[in-house]
Design a protein around this ligand. Structure first.
Ligand SMILES: [Fe+2]
Ligand SMILES: [Fe+2]
Length: 375
């Protein structure tokens, strides 16, 4: 085991990567290809976790009890419930081109068709890698919630979520290693938001940051990717993961709604500010800076192009149209914080549909597994 001070910055190549390797990375890549017992890399974080026992073993809240039961009933397995043998229909492309935010960007246009293909593979790898790292973050946060959530039913629920997140980490890492062949390191902005959530002492901030902001965004992003990806295996994976994430977000909104009722105005403002900062960082999270660097683009110029571009504006709208109504539902769009969200251009979604009303029919839909393929 090798301990590092900061998250690695290198790309990791696997045997399934079919393109030519860039010269600089060849040695590094070969190492990963040849050495199946490569050293594990770990990074330590310290957390002043405040845990609670709960001695009252009665389930108080029927909604949470029912969500916990669903977690047990709807557990699936990446090994058995996904047909990994399905062929890619478009071996040269990962997404519908409408999804490429850089389609008209001059440095992209200047590339040859082969280079463009490699760029698209890298962008796809970057996006999936951030999902993978985000899932690891969710796994660690959910396990903390088992200790620090105060109520008995939340502890049980968090344990089922912990198992869900473990399976998400497993399925995305398997997909990246077997089907993409290239893994990007965690982005600076995603890492900073995970650090903040994991090292904060207050359990409700962990809930707000993870269940509402990170998972709310991930849920929207998974839905977008499911629409645009050209790989049937990824469609099946996302279908299964989305079902779990919808349950996680529903739990977060319904649980926090009760809790935030009892906060003082000052405490509420404090949480609202935290949620705002999490959204602010999350906006940066969508920017594939490490891909820009890989292709020698000017990172700041490409960032501006991305933020101002139509694809991104549409994407951002889709992403935040779920998070903002949920924050409003739990009382965190306070008068003090509203102008800040307004400035980010995302307050307009406040009256969109929230996850406070539970769609039981959707959440309880049975898992349909046909010939190893989830339907
Ligand atoms: Fe997850
Ligand atoms: Fe989750």
């Amino acid at each position: 085991m090798k301990y590092v001070e900061h998250a690695p910055k290198e790309l990791a190549y696997y045997e399934s990567y079919t393109e030519d390797l860039p010269a600089d990375d060849e040695i590094n890549a070969k190492m990963i290809r040849d050495d199946h017992h490569a050293e594990e890399i770990a990074e330590i974080f310290q957390t002043p976790l405040q845990g609670t026992y709960n001695w009252d073993y009665t389930l108080q809240d029927n909604r949470i009890k029912r969500l916990y039961q669903l977690g047990k009933d709807l557990s699936w397995d990446a090994e058995h419930n996904i047909n990994w043998e399905q062929e890619k229909q478009h071996p040269d492309d990962e997404h519908d081109q409408k999804f490429n935010a850089f389609y008209s960007y001059p440095p992209y246009q200047a590339m040859s068709e082969d280079e463009k293909k490699v760029y698209r593979k890298h962008y796809n790898s970057w996006a999936l890698s951030q999902f993978l790292h985000g899932e690891q973050g969710a796994l660690l946060v959910a396990s903390q919630l088992c200790s620090c959530a105060p109520t008995y039913n939340a502890k049980l629920y968090a344990s089922s979520q912990t198992f869900d997140e473990a399976r998400h980490v497993e399925v995305f890492s398997k997909y990246i290693q077997n089907r993409v062949g290239l893994m990007y390191p965690v982005s600076t902005s995603l890492k900073s938001i995970l650090d903040k959530i994991l090292t904060d002492q207050r359990w409700d901030l962990k809930f707000i940051g993870m269940q509402l902001v990170i998972e709310g965004l991930a849920l929207s992003a998974f839905n977008v990717l499911k629409q645009v990806t050209l790989d049937p295996v990824l469609v099946d994976i996302l279908d299964l993961v989305i079902r779990d994430e919808a349950r996680h977000v529903t739990f977060g909104v319904n649980y926090l709604e009760e809790f935030t009722k009892d906060l003082t105005e000052e405490e509420r403002d404090d949480r609202a500010q935290f949620a705002y900062e999490a959204c602010l960082i999350s906006r940066e999270r969508l920017i594939p800076t490490d891909v820009f660097t890989q292709f020698g683009w000017d990172a700041e110029e490409a960032r501006r192009y991305f933020l101002d571009g139509e694809t991104n504006q549409l994407f951002r709208k889709l992403l935040f149209s779920r998070v903002i109504p949920n924050l409003k539902r739990i009382g965190l769009l306070t008068d003090n914080i509203r102008p800040k969200f307004e400035k980010l251009g995302i307050l307009e979604y406040e009256d969109h549909e929230h996850d406070g009303v539970i769609d039981w029919a959707e959440l309880e839909r049975p898992l349909e597994i046909r010939n190893g393929t989830a339907a």
